[in-house]
Ligand binder design. Sequence first.
Ligand code: FAD
Length: 382
Amino acid sequence: MTIQLTQDQKDFQEAIRAFVDKEIIPVARDMEHSGEYPTAIVEHMKEMGLFGMTIPEEFGGLGVDMTTFSIVFEELSRGWMGVAGILGSHSMACFVIAKHGTPEQKAKYLPDLATGARRSGLGLTEPGAGTDLQGISTTATLDGDHYIVRGSKTWITNARHADPLPVLVKTDPKADPRHKGMSVLLIDAGTPGFTIGKDIPKMGYKGPESCEVILDEVRVPVEQLLGGVEGRGMQQVLSALETGRLNIAARSVGIAARAYEEAVNYAKSRMAFGKSISEFQAIQLKIADMATDLQAARLLTYWAASEADQGKRVDLQTAQAKVFASEVAIQNSLRAMQVHGGYGYSTEYEIERLYRDAPLMSIGEGTNDIMRMVIAKQIFAD
Ligand SMILES: Cc1cc2nc3c(=O)[nH]c(=O)nc-3n(C[C@H](O)[C@H](O)[C@H](O)COP(=O)(O)OP(=O)(O)OC[C@H]3O[C@@H](n4cnc5c(N)ncnc54)[C@H](O)[C@@H]3O)c2cc1C
C-alpha cells in the first residue's frame, strides 16, 4: 500500500498552504483572543471555492476527492483549527443535501452553498442527547402540507450563518426501532419560531460560533424533508458523519503538525546552560515522539481518505484515523508546551491555542470511546 498524492493534490496543497501562511497564521492569535469573526478569511475561502468542496461540479462545486478534502482540513488547521470549523459542518451539510436531497432541494440550495453565498451547519445534538442521537426529543408533526417542529438543539456550530440548517427530528416518536422515526428537515433561516439562542462559551474552537437553537412551533413546508421520504434521517446523518470523521482526523493532523513545527523551531532557538535546548536528549526524545506520531496520524488519515476515494464504506477506517490522530493532536500540543517551558503557557505564543483546540477533536463527530466501539464492532463482525 502506498500513499502518494497526485500532482493535482500536491498543487492544491501548495495553494492552501500558501494561503494559510499568508492570510491565517499572521492574524490567528489576535483574532482568536479578541473573538473577532474571521470575515476576510471566509471571503478568501469563498473565492477559492472551498465552500463547494463536497458539492458536485454540476452544481458549481469543486467535487473534490476525500484525499484533497483531508488536505484542506489539515492545512487550514495548521494555521487555525477554528477556521477549518467554519467549513466542517458546512461541508457535511452540503454532502447530505448532494447525496440525499431531492432534485428540487439540490437545485434550490447547492449552487449557492457551493459559492458560500449560502452557508450551513448540522443540527443534531440536543441538551439531553448527543451520542445517543436516537434519544432526541425534537419532534416534527405533520399538519397539512407543513411540519410543526418543537424542540431545541445545542452546540450547533455555524448556526448563526446557516441557511438552511439541516435539523434532525423525530417524525414518528413512537417508531421501533427508534431510528425509523427520524428525519432531517432543511430549515431556512428566518422561519418564524426558528431562533438562534446564545453562543456557548468555549475554551477553544473560537472563530465559528456554537449555539443553542430554539425550535418553537416552526412551520416547515413538507418539501423541506430531506430526500422527501420520512424515516431516513439517521441513515442520512450517519453517512455525513463518515466524512465528518475524516475532517476531524485531518484537522487533528494539522494541529499536531503545527505543534511539532513550533517545538522544533523553538528548540533550535532557545539556549539553556550555554547551549541550544535541542542538544538535550530529553528535548530530542519529545521531538522524536512528536515526529513519529505525527507521521503515523497523517498516514492513517490519508489511508482512510484513499479508502473512501475507492468508494468503500469507511466507518472503520475513519474511526481509526479520528481516534488516533485526535489523541496525537492532544499529546503533541502538550509536548510542544513542555518544549517551550513557561513560554508555552503564555497567550503570546501559539501553543496554548493548539492545547485548547486539540481536545475537541476527541469529542466532535462521535467521542473517541464511541469510535473505539465502532472499530471493535467491525472487528468482531468480520
Ligand atoms: C465545540 C463543539 C462544537 C460542536 N458542534 C456541533 C454541531 O455543529 N452540531 C451538532 O449537532 N453537535 C455539535 N457538537 C456536539 C457534539 O457532537 C457532542 O458533544 C458529542 O457528540 C458528544 O455528545 P454529548 O456532549 O451529549 O456527550 P454524551 O453523549 O452525554 O457523552 C458523555 C460521555 O459518555 C460517553 N458515552 C455516551 N454513550 C456511551 C456509550 N453507549 N458507551 C460508552 N460511553 C458512552 C461519551 O463517550 C462521553 O465520554 C459540538 C460540541 C462541541 C463541544
